[in-house]
Design a protein around this ligand. Structure first.
Ligand code: ATP
Ligand code: MG
Length: 228
């Protein structure tokens, strides 16, 4: 417990294949409502829980770099791609905790769809000792009402682990280094990287789903043209 408020640091992991306005907008809203000092975008190396990303690691990183340029709170954190191999959030959070010290307030940001699957993550329970969770609303994945899990929204073992961790106050996150769960009522944007890739593969427009720089980058590098 901290006696005084510490500005939290957001940790936003993803495959970002490619980064899109759903990611960017929730990151902006969460940074604002939680008073984040910074939001670290952490592109995954090889994620364990899905089939391989379609763009190379270098391309995914570069698209994030371009997309967050100019937002002074947004930072690219390349530790997972540098580490190589399969990415585990628990290793990333452990490293950050070591670098930033025991009083740092770390908030792992996930969409509701990702959080629902948390109990499948490697050593997931340890994450609550390392960080808070901030969960962004995602269309089609109702998770909570009034700052608690809706009945039946979470698998039983996750629900049990979460039971005493919910907070409806973003401010309270600043007084503990981890262990709480906050659901952020961010703007619902039904954008997914899967749908972006599918549109590109069909030669359809992705304008206004992704930043212009991302769209240019996809075209210039001929990404997602073939479904592999
Ligand atoms: P894919 O369709 O390839 O899985 P994605 O759009 O889900 O891509 P990811 O890189 O998998 O993007 O997501 C990274 C994180 O961002 C996850 O925690 C995910 O839940 C969250 N996220 C992605 N898009 C949205 C969105 N539109 N609204 C809320 N959260 C989102
Ligand atoms: Mg996803």
């Amino acid at each position: 417990m901290n006696d005084f408020p510490v500005p939290p640091i957001g940790v936003f992991g993803g495959t970002f294949d490619p980064v899109h306005y759903g990611h960017l907008r929730i990151a902006e809203e969460i940074a604002e409502l939680a008073g984040l000092k910074e939001m670290r975008f952490v592109p995954a190396g090889i994620p364990r829980l899905r089939r391989g990303p379609e763009a190379s690691l270098e391309h995914r990183v570069e698209m994030v770099r371009l997309a967050i340029e100019g937002n002074s709170r947004f930072i690219l954190d390349e530790r997972e791609v540098i580490r190589g191999g399969v990415s585990y959030s628990v290793d990333t959070l452990r490293e950050l905790r070591q670098e930033l010290g025991k009083d740092a307030v770390l908030c792992l940001v996930t969409g509701a769809d990702a959080f629902i699957r948390l109990a499948k993550w490697h050593r997931w329970r340890e994450l609550f000792d390392l960080c808070h969770f901030i969960i962004a609303a995602r269309p089609g994945h109702l998770l909570s009402t009034e700052g608690r899990a809706s009945p039946g929204a979470l698998p039983q073992e996750l629900e049990a682990e979460c039971r005493d961790r919910w907070t409806s106050s973003a401010e309270s996150l600043k007084y503990a280094s981890g262990g709480l769960i906050f659901t952020a009522q961010t703007t619902l944007l039904d954008i997914s990287a899967t749908a972006v890739r599918a549109r590109v593969a069909l030669g359809k427009s992705v304008r206004y789903l992704v930043p212009e720089d991302t769209r240019d980058y996809i075209a210039a590098n001929d990404l997602y043209r073939e479904q592999r």
